[in-house]
Design a protein around this ligand. Structure first.
Ligand code: BG6
Ligand code: MG
Length: 213
């Protein structure tokens, strides 16, 4: 780990439990449309864009939807999701995360966000995390969402670092694929913790402080 100078964090499900809010919003859309949707299907949505998430949900449905209908469903989901984001505050940050990020900065690491979400800036503002990161690369800055490495390559470039100088922290298998295919070191937690492609498993977010001294 001597070479590591930067850390790029996924946001949803890593720093904030917004992965649960995504699930709840999609679940209410799926229920209203009579489409089967559970947490196993939901795990496949981690790290992938809003429209790709909808395509995965619609795999369980025989009815073909026009692009306009799909856009309408995705907009309804995003409206529900954004309503739930309004209640986020500094207290919504996952346990131990804020102090661990401050410690990593004190140790000299450069921090960035690499998220597929178009709502990332709003979440960082509501949770008062924004100032801890030198760069936020998100769903508004990329053409390909995870498992494509674009979001992490752009975040590393913004830090002025090569992929080999950065660790990526992820809870999505698609995110681990993106990191490893991009040439990054990858720490995995949550749903991706046991994914064999990751370099190290974090049982708890604060384990990162043991790996990056
Ligand atoms: C990712 C989430 O961070 O962002 C995905 O893991 C989500 O589940 C994606 O689909 C896009 O989010 P948004 O906020 O742009 O709909
Ligand atoms: Mg995530």
């Amino acid at each position: 780990m001597e070479n590591i100078k930067g850390i790029i964090f996924d946001l949803d499900g890593v720093l904030v439990h917004t992965d649960e809010l995504h699930y709840q919003a999609w679940k209410s859309i799926a229920d209203k449309e009579g489409i089967f949707f559970d947490r196993t299907v939901n795990n496949r949505l981690r790290g992938v864009s809003r429209m790709e998430s909808l395509d995965i949900i619609l795999e369980k449905c025989d009815k073909t939807r026009s692009n306009a209908e799909k856009l309408h469903l995705a907009t309804q989901k995003n409206d529900l999701y954004r309503t739930s984001l309004a209640s986020l505050s500094a207290d919504s940050v996952a346990q131990g995360v804020r102090s661990a990020l401050l410690t990593l900065r004190e140790r000299g690491y450069r921090l960035a966000i690499g998220s597929s979400s178009k709502n990332a800036e709003g979440i960082l503002a509501n949770t008062q995390l924004r100032d801890l990161f030198e760069n936020v690369t998100d769903g508004n800055n990329i053409s390909h969402s995870k498992p494509h490495p674009e979001v992490f390559l752009k975040a590393a470039a913004a830090l002025g670092l090569s992929p080999a100088q950065c660790v990526v922290v992820e809870d999505a298998r698609a995110g681990v694929d993106a990191a490893i295919d991009g040439g990054f070191v990858c720490f995995a937690m949550g749903d991706a913790a046991d994914y064999p492609r990751a370099d190290h498993k974090l049982n708890d977010f604060t384990d990162i402080l043991e790996w990056l001294r």
